[in-house]
Design a protein around this ligand. Sequence first.
Ligand code: SF4
Length: 154
Amino acid sequence: MLKFYNYDIVFAEIPDEVSLAINITNCPNRCKGCHSLWLWKDIGEPLTEESLTLIVNEYLENITCVCFMGGDNSPKEVNVLAEFVKKKFNKKTAWYSGKEEISTEVSLLNFDYIKTGAYKEECGPLKEKTTNQRLYKIEGGKIAGDLTYRFWKK
Ligand code: SF4
């Protein structure tokens, strides 16, 4: 079962959106140089439709997007919760995955944005032009564009 450590309102993770970012634990990716080692542990509260409803209701009027930060240990559950958010709250959904490819266990119809790629020290984070990570815009169940450049300084 997915669990979350905490959540926050963030502005930088998804361009042009005010996102409720939910930090999911038990990350299986083990990226060298990870800055969030606590997310490797199987800790936190269960992330269910019930707990998600309580969190989203807290910020309903202020957010435009719900962003699942992690969840590569169970993409199927991320998929179900993203669909739930869309149907129940009519908010956009985003997923920060650390895998190189988008999991085949999710339906792109349930997402507006998906970030792929593990953190690689030698490539740097999303804000570096050398990054291996990508943020994709999803529309109508298909990748509609690569928004990674929006993180780069002009
Ligand atoms: S995906 Fe994120 S949380 Fe997981 S190990 Fe990599 S950098 Fe850390």
